[in-house]
Design a protein around this ligand. Structure first.
Ligand code: SAM
Length: 246
């Protein structure tokens, strides 16, 4: 996959994504990461990329033209352009899966008070990594690129490493343990030591369900409600009408 970032601070993305699994994915050619700096598309002596906001107010706004030109340099037919902004759709695992299927992603990273609004229609999608305000889009780009890269087939060494993970099937993942079996008096749950794969799978499923409903009830799959007949009630006239096709 090819990813480009339109950013005034490429080092903020390049450095963290040079380490660990994503660094290896880049070295092995699973991920080609490029940068384009709007500052290289300015024409004045000071290479100005920002200006004061119309209507007054604090802070500076990134000008549309250098961002437009930088984007034009990397955008191709079929590219998916993502504007990082706290006003965007909340990034989640479903969005990571969606993006991992694209051939070319381009992330536009704002800075200062953000980018001139007239740039927004150039993006195919607006993404936010959460309900808080960062100093720039770069840390958001790092989070999104990391989550997407580990979904590229071949990046994770074990083929099934993303199966049963947190958010797969709407559940948080069951807890993990490793050696020693007793650590400072705390034992690893019996089921995990049993060697019985069915028992282990059942234990993990039960843990994942309990953890999800405790920590993230918003993720827990809605419980099936008994039908009115089974619950010993008569269906309401409105519902009766709807289901009998009236
Ligand atoms: N004034 C803007 C507002 O109130 O919406 C915030 C601008 S923020 C200081 C500068 C840049 O950081 C934004 O243009 C955006 O690219 C990025 N950014 C900040 N928070 C973000 C978030 N939660 N998700 C994605 N990008 C974010």
């Amino acid at each position: 996959m090819r990813v480009d970032a339109v950013t005034l601070f490429p080092g903020m993305i390049d450095a963290p994504l040079s380490e660990s699994i994503v660094g290896r994915a880049r070295a092995e050619g699973f991920l080609e990461l490029g940068f384009v700096n709007p500052r290289d598309f300015t024409e004045d002596r000071h290479r100005t990329v920002d200006d004061k906001p119309y209507g007054g107010g604090t802070g500076m706004v990134m000008m549309a033209e250098p961002v437009y030109r930088a984007l034009k340099k990397v955008r191709k037919r079929g590219s998916c352009v993502v504007l990082l902004t706290p006003k965007g759709r909340k990034f989640d695992q479903a969005a990571a899966v969606e993006l991992s299927k694209k051939k070319h992603l381009v992330f536009i990273c704002g800075h200062y008070e953000g980018i001139d609004e007239r740039v927004t229609p150039l993006a195919d999608m607006q993404l936010s990594i959460g309900d808080y305000v960062l100093t720039g889009g770069e840390p958001a780009a790092v989070a999104v690129i990391d989550a997407v890269t580990r979904l590229i087939p071949g990046v994770l060494r074990k083929g099934d490493a993303t199966v049963n993970e947190t958010f797969e099937g709407g559940l948080l993942e069951a807890p993990h343990y490793t050696r020693p079996a007793v650590w400072r008096g705390k034992k690893v749950p019996e089921a995990l030591l049993s060697g019985n794969h069915r028992l282990i799978a059942e234990w993990r499923r039960a843990q994942a369900e309990a953890l999800t409903s405790r920590a993230r009830p918003d993720l827990a799959a809605p419980k099936k409600r008994p039908s009115p007949a089974k619950a010993g009630r008569k269906p309401s006239p409105r519902k009766r009408g709807r289901f009998s096709g009236k």
